[in-house]
Write a protein that binds this ligand. Structure first.
Ligand SMILES: Nc1ncnc2c1ncn2[C@@H]1O[C@H](COP(=O)(O)OP(=O)(O)O)[C@@H](O)[C@H]1O
Ligand SMILES: [Mg+2]
Length: 216
């Protein structure tokens, strides 16, 4: 090792690392949102292990959750372990929702992730946090929309997280639904439809699936 390694320099290293990670996250969110709005975000869809991806998203939030005194849990139904989607987008969806859950849940609370098979894959991230007032709920999910109160302003954020979740789900032909009760908690349900896949392994969006043509 070079230089001092006392608790103070360890604390500085940690702060520098966190600031860098935070900036990178910010830049990536702004870039992704710009790409989506310009219609230039291309999904890279493939079969992947949803459970492993969800585990890695949960690991990413493990330390912030511990610091916030919030418990994280994950449960992936056997039928939902394999998904066909853009793995990076799904991981981003999970990280955005988990980080909101951790950020807006007081100590002693819980953030729970479940993945199940409905008409496609259904991912739910539910927390026991502050919740969102009905009047604010409709507004959220558009870029840069945040709830205006002192508590939220005290927590850093850009208001891009939910907008990205919605857009990324939408690009898959799916949706993200936000439900919340003030003082009780928030639940976000992300539905990614089953996709037809062609011989090259590319996803066919429902609208692009052509009917059989009669050949005479
Ligand atoms: N799980 C949640 N519990 C309570 N409020 C939430 C939750 N998720 C999002 N919000 C509210 O929605 C706003 C927008 O969320 P988001 O788009 O992720 O932006 P950011 O986290 O950067 O503020 C947040 O500022 C917060 O007011
Ligand atoms: Mg957020």
């Amino acid at each position: 090792m070079f230089g001092p390694t006392g608790p103070r320099s360890q604390e500085y290293s940690r702060l520098i690392h966190e600031s860098g990670a935070h900036l990178l996250d910010l830049i990536n969110s702004v870039l992704d949102m710009s790409k989506i709005e310009a219609g230039k975000f291309e999904l890279a869809e493939d079969l992947f292990d949803l459970e492993e991806t969800a585990q890695s998203a949960v690991r990413f939030l493990k330390i912030p959750a511990e610091r916030a005194g919030v418990a994280l849990s994950l449960s992936v139904a056997p039928g939902a372990r394999l998904a066909f989607a853009d793995r990076r987008a799904v991981k981003q969806i999970l990280i955005n929702l988990l980080s909101n859950g951790v950020k807006y849940t007081p100590p002693g609370g819980e953030v729970r992730v479940t993945a199940d098979v409905r008409q496609g894959v259904e991912i739910v991230v539910a927390d026991t946090g502050t919740g969102i007032a009905a009047a604010d709920l409709a507004r959220l999910g558009r870029p840069f929309e945040q709830v205006e109160n002192a508590e939220v302003r005290a927590k850093e954020g850009t208001g891009l997280g939910l907008a990205l979740v919605k857009s990324l789900a939408g690009l898959h032909g799916g949706e993200a639904v936000l439900e919340s009760v003030l003082g009780e908690g928030t639940r976000v349900t992300v539905r990614l439809p089953h996709a037809a896949v062609n011989a090259q392994g590319e996803r066919l969006a429902p609208a692009k699936i052509l009917p059989f043509r009669a050949v005479s």
